[in-house]
Design a binder for this molecule. Structure first.
Ligand code: ATP
Ligand code: MG
Length: 653
């Protein structure tokens, strides 16, 4: 096909959002990065000499047992960072803080039933070392894979750190996943030991973790031992592979010499959320990951010694790895861990937790924010949340209306909001405001962090002009980039480096505006082609969500004889709003008014709920099938609730 006949790969932008919020001056004054000049200076420095920049950051952020000489060995698409160095991530999270922070709370834990624990840095270090010694006694050696299938309790962090301490590679599986999903991941990773609990609390009920393990065990041939923590419920009769966690650690020494691993030693395998298909086993290594995570946590959340930091993610997701466990602990702050559901026992559980612990930073997902919006303002208003000074969002594009609500209702209008774009594969935050420096715009992740080369290109690799949407690439390596897809190096190349050789393809569509700010437009797979216009889903959805009666929206394309593709919108309504044909008309008109006739949905369907991954991302690929009246053939193991799909199909009939 001649170049000129190729279908355009541009994504048309239809949404305009003009509100700008400069950082509050008092915030900037005390921030790590205080101004756009500071930001630009760092960015330029990193761009001019990336190896000097990253080398300096690596020396500052980590304790190195052995120094490195080579900052980067890049043979695209394979990177090795800080090549000759040796370090240990558990040491960096714990031991190096102990002289000063032994008695400082590392973790403030709250279980769903209301039980509370404070774990100091000193206690955490001892717990980690005892478990590390215990794992060794079970025969776990450097490089062995260890599965972790636990509720959100301090032991989940202990388990990860104990693996890191002895150079074992952890693979955390979200505690809400089924036996089947667990089995698939453990087999792929070849886990030797599995750390689990009898159960965990969720929505007032016990999640039967151990029962799931038992169901999967006959098919998990590599698993030799199952270590069972007492938490909730009934562990059943111990099987031949079972070891009690409490007994395993009893009598173990509080000290454990860290395994000083090579910089590129694998740290963990984590399976992606599965929004676009079968999850990928993303492999991260030690030092590069640690440098990026330590730095981004401090800069993006502008950490201070006295912060009470709360990231609501589960350790089953990358956000839980980087910004519940490793990032905060490397920085020596106090992190809040909450086990259960946001609405248990009532819709204000989160706000109660913030008030109780006087949390200063909250980092959560748009799905949660939209759910809280749907419930109404009365719940956050009941609690004193004046301790908050910064809010973060991650996981999906945040609709401008949800952003404003978050800022006003949760942040009392005074807290900067950082919308952080990144992926399991990137390890850490890539595009985000720096809260003391960057003026924010609702719905924009703003600017790439220093050292991050995010670019919007077309399929031929040409830059896409400002204002137009294209494909988001990262064009230079960065320390916390994934190293491979575990056990499938071909999939690594095919998924991330085959669109444009040597350039990392994110799978997301985005545009930049006149200030160079990035606006994420949704996944490229989800782009809808309507009468020759390629539309990103995020903008049409945001237009729908800006209607006062709409809580959430998902937009997909359906094959249409006349138009080629028709736009189908699935929407959920705010509490107390009855569905009606008039409302459908009103919504279609609203979209036309907000962004124009090309984005006017051809069909609007009211839904009780939208199909989401367990991490709360809308799974549009399933909705495409529903809209087309087809059975789903894709992977549904990461789906939160199969009933949602069934209900959507019934609505149709
Ligand atoms: P899979 O790759 O298996 O389909 P996934 O992409 O959902 O799953 P994650 O790594 O958990 O797995 O999610 C990363 C994706 O989430 C990004 O590629 C992007 O689409 C979306 N995302 C995350 N943060 C943001 C954000 N701040 N703004 C817009 N999109 C975001
Ligand atoms: Mg992805």
């Amino acid at each position: 096909m001649a170049e000129s006949q190729r279908p355009s790969q541009e994504i048309q932008s239809v949404l305009s959002e003009n509100r700008v919020f400069p950082p509050p001056p008092e915030f900037s004054k005390r921030a790590h990065i205080k101004s756009m000049e500071d930001y630009r200076r760092l960015w330029d420095e990193a761009a001019k000499d990336p190896e000097a920049y990253w080398g300096a950051r690596a020396r500052e952020e980590l304790y190195w047992k052995e120094p490195f000489q080579t900052v980067l060995d890049w043979k695209a698409p394979n990177a090795r960072w800080f090549v000759e160095g040796r370090t240990n991530l558990a040491y960096n999270c714990l031991d190096r803080h102990l002289p000063k922070l032994k008695d400082k709370p590392a973790i403030l834990f709250e279980g769903e039933p209301g039980d509370r624990r404070t774990v100091t840095y000193g206690e955490l270090s001892a717990m980690v070392n005892r478990l590390a010694n215990g794992l060794k006694s079970l025969g776990v050696r450097k490089g062995d894979r260890v599965g972790i299938y636990l509720p959100m309790v301090p032991e989940a962090a202990v388990a990860m750190l104990a693996c890191a301490r002895i150079g074992a590679v952890h693979s955390v599986v979200f505690g809400g996943f089924s036996a089947e999903a667990l089995q698939e991941r453990m087999n792929d990773a070849g886990a030797k030991v599995l750390l689990t609990a009898d159960g965990g609390w969720r929505k007032g009920a016990v999640v039967p973790l151990k029962k799931n393990v038992d169901a999967a065990l006959p098919n998990m041939k590599t698993v030799e031992k199952v270590v069972v923590l007492k938490r909730a419920g009934d562990a059943g009769t111990p099987g031949p592979k079972d070891v009690s966690w409490e007994e395993l650690v009893r009598g173990q020494s509080d000290t454990c010499e860290p395994e000083w691993v090579e910089a590129e030693h694998p740290l963990f395998i984590l399976y992606t959320s599965g929004s676009t298909g079968k999850p990928k086993g993303v492999l991260h290594t030690t030092a590069g990951y640690a440098v990026s995570i330590s730095l981004t946590t401090r800069w993006v959340f502008d950490l201070r010694e006295d912060d009470i930091y709360w990231c609501t993610a589960d350790v089953g997701w990358v956000t839980g790895h980087s910004y519940v466990v490793y990032g905060p602990l490397m920085n020596g702050v106090t992190t809040v861990i909450y086990e259960g559901a946001p609405t248990q026992p009532g819709p204000d559980r989160f706000w109660e937790i913030i008030a109780r612990y006087k949390a200063t930073i909250l980092y959560t997902a748009p799905t949660a924010i939209r759910a809280f919006m749907r419930l109404g303002e009365e719940y956050p208003r009941k609690h004193d949340m004046s301790s908050l000074r910064l809010l973060g969002s991650v996981g999906e594009p945040i609709n401008p209306e949800a952003w404003i609500w978050y800022r006003d209702v949760i942040g009392g209008g005074r807290c900067p909001v950082v919308d952080t774009w990144w992926q399991t594969e990137t390890g850490g935050i890539m595009i985000s405001p720096l809260p003391g420096a960057t003026p924010t715009k609702p719905g924009s992740a703003t600017l790439p962090l220093p050292g991050i080369h995010a670019e919007i290109l077309d399929r031929q690799g040409n830059p896409v002009p400002k204002g137009q949407g294209g494909l988001l690439f990262v064009t230079k390596p960065w320390p916390s980039m994934l190293r491979t897809v575990y056990g499938d190096p071909e999939r690594y190349v095919k998924t991330y480096f085959s669109e444009l050789p040597g350039k990392y393809f994110t799978g997301d569509g985005a545009r930049t505006d006149q200030d160079g700010y990035f606006w994420l437009m949704g996944r490229v797979d989800d782009v809808v082609n309507v009468a020759g216009h390629r539309l990103g889903t995020a903008e049409v959805e945001s237009a729908l969500v800006s209607h006062p009666r709409i809580a959430e929206a998902a937009v997909v394309g359906r094959p249409d004889d006349l138009k080629g593709t028709a736009l189908v919108a699935f929407v959920t309504l705010k509490k107390g709003t009855p569905p009606s044909p008039e409302l459908k008309k009103e919504l279609a008109t609203h979209v036309t008014k907000e962004i124009g006739a090309i984005a006017r949905p051809d069909e609007i369907r009211f839904a009780e709920g939208l199909p989401k991954t367990r991490s709360g991302k809308i799974m549009r690929r399933l909705l495409r099938d529903v809209a087309a009246g087809k059975q789903t053939t894709g992977d549904t193991t990461t789906l939160e609730d199969l009933n949602v799909l069934a209900t959507l199909r019934q609505d149709e009939e």
